[in-house]
Design a protein around this ligand. Sequence first.
Ligand code: G3P
Length: 250
Amino acid sequence: MFANVPRPIIFAHRGASAYAPENTLASFKMAVEQRADAIELDVKLSADGVPVVIHDPTTDRTTGAPGRVADLPLAALRELDAGRRFDEKFSGERIPTLDEVFETVGGKLPINVELTNYSTPTDDLVERVAAVVKKYNLQDKIIFSSFLPANLETAARLLPDARRGLLASYLWKGREARKQGGQSDVYHSLNPFYLDAWPGLVRRLHRQNKQVFVYTVNNPLVMRMLKAWGVDGIFTDDPLLARRVYGRGA
Ligand code: G3P
């Protein structure tokens, strides 16, 4: 998937979210313009079972309107403004559906789809997302990630051709995942928090034939350090900065 991409691979975290409201079509289009190597986004289900792209379990922070995504049908979510809080010039941006994102940028860059049903882990998010991926025939351009191993096991069964990365929570909370991530055949990568990435971890995971994708890296010094340690990819809000730091032009 990233055969000709220099390492580390630059994933635009929630799109180019330093420049445009996170997880909106504007931020994904900007990631393409800024020549990120890939896009990262967060998906969960609306109350009527539509895969929608939003990070938090609630709409409060990004739209200013209180509510739980799992309680709101798509029509209600679509009324919210996902851009204005970031900057007035983005007012009118909507919470996109996964369908819309694939239609807009699906063929352009690989997409890391984080399965974020953390507050509704028994729903059928993975099945519904897999159906959308199949509809757009993007199996070989998708990486699934999640903090929930069960999501990735389901993804492996439904879409064996898509790649999978286990997210490890930070510090002591992520210890088990950092261990398991290297051992299980379900995962192609382990995705640690940047403070947990260190040369010994990278070496061990590479010995275990796993890639290491680190989140969320916005500091140039940390970007340089991670490259020196041989990490395979970083998630950053600022793909433009990452390209500059890695000598890949603006
Ligand atoms: O996938 C990397 C990163 O997005 C994981 O953390 O909290 O942004 O979902 P979070």
